[in-house]
Design a protein around this ligand. Structure first.
Ligand code: KG4
Ligand code: ZN
Length: 338
């Protein structure tokens, strides 16, 4: 079964074709990073307009590079939630148009479910159940994946997402958007113990996170140094912050894995590209004696191949959109809360 995936939830426009949820036949991605960098972050209105300009062309590119036409496609999958509403609406309306013109079934895909599904493309042996740590620019959660379309949230951030924390601190540090990527590059040479940050723990909720205190401490450190004209090593600062965030994430990942006796661990989302987090997750898996699955760097960020992969499993589960399908800015990943 060949699925055409469409992704426009944030600042990447993408279309892809995936066979049976596992084999990527093509994936065309156009990032808007250069446009948004001028403003230091994503400007929603500009993102929507850029999606409108690109989505038709990228869909044709995805079909062409797979050597296929729409007649060879068996279903369409589109990111319908959560995300920037104007951006999501571009993809959802485009996909609805395609579905009604071709008569193909259309399935709505949850953005975080698709980040998890990026791992199915890279690891043929991976199948639920497993414990996923999903870390992106807008979300940070620990999710027990009991089936391809069965999800149970065990913990989540109470305030900022990990990616948001990196992006905001990086901006104050004077690094270009997206800050997480620039900070990771900077962090390759520093000393992780050089600067200490408050813990990201939430009292009484051992599987939840809170990154706002950490973010504020980091921003205060930078403002203090600036006001006093004090010099500091940016690499030390960056790697210390990443180490604290990764420590918080993997500490709870380990705790949750023990609680549910998870047979495997999975990382997902843009921040799963982070070198410190990947290393710490590996150590966690080794301590637990269970396998860890990491998305390849090419599939960590937003892309339509992961949407098509998850779309295959959603269609198999009978999740077909009505013609009234609308995009939603927020929606839980959990099966019980659909
Ligand atoms: O999943 P994603 O591409 O978009 C959302 O769904 O939000 O995640 C983007 C986030 C941004 O906050 C970006 O700074 C962060 O992922 N990111 C990283 C790295 N690469 C991307 N953060 C830390 N280290 C990286 N290597
Ligand atoms: Zn994402």
């Amino acid at each position: 079964m060949r699925i055409l995936g469409i992704e426009t939830s944030c600042d990447e426009t993408s279309a892809a074709v995936v066979q049976d949820g596992r084999r990527q036949l093509s994936c065309a991605v156009r990032t808007q990073i250069d446009i948004h960098r001028l403003y230091g972050g994503v400007v929603p209105e500009i993102a929507s307009r850029a999606h409108v300009e690109s989505i038709g062309q990228l869909t044709q590119m995805a079909l062409d590079s797979a050597g296929l036409t729409l007649a060879d496609i068996d279903g369409i999958a589109v990111t319908a939630w959560p995300g920037l509403i104007g951006a999501l609406l571009v993809g959802v309306n485009f996909a609805k148009g395609l579905a009604s013109a071709t008569g193909l079934p259309l399935t709505p895909v949850h953005h975080l479910r698709s980040h998890v599904a990026a791992n199915y493309l890279a690891h043929p042996e991976l199948s639920p159940p497993f414990l996923a740590l999903i870390v992106s620019g807008g979300h940070t959660s620990l999710v027990y994946v009991t089936g391809y379309t069965e999800f149970q949230t065990l913990g989540r951030t109470r305030d900022d997402a990990a990616g948001e924390c990196f992006d905001k601190v990086a901006r104050v540090l004077g690094l270009p958007y997206p800050g997480g990527v620039a900070m990771d590059a900077l962090a390759q040479t520093g000393d992780p113990e050089a600067v200490s940050f408050p813990s990201a723990e939430v009292r009484g909720a051992p599987l939840d996170f809170s990154f706002s205190g950490l973010k504020t401490a980091a921003v205060n450190f930078l403002h203090n140094a600036q006001q006093k004209g004090q010099d500091f090593c940016k690499a030390d600062f960056a790697v210390s912050l990443m180490d604290s965030v990764a420590q918080a994430l993997t500490g709870r990942l380990e705790e949750a894995a023990r609680q549910v006796q998870a047979p495997a661990l999975v990382l997902a989302g843009g921040v799963s590209a982070n070198s410190v987090l990947r290393r710490k997750a590996q150590e966690t898996a080794q301590r637990l004696g269970i396998p860890l699955f990491l998305p390849p760097l090419s599939l960590c960020g937003d892309n339509a191949a992961m949407v098509a992969a998850q779309g295959y499993f959603e269609l198999q589960a009978g999740n077909i959109a009505a013609s009234s399908l609308n995009a939603l800015a927020t929606k839980e990943i959990d099966t019980s809360k659909l």
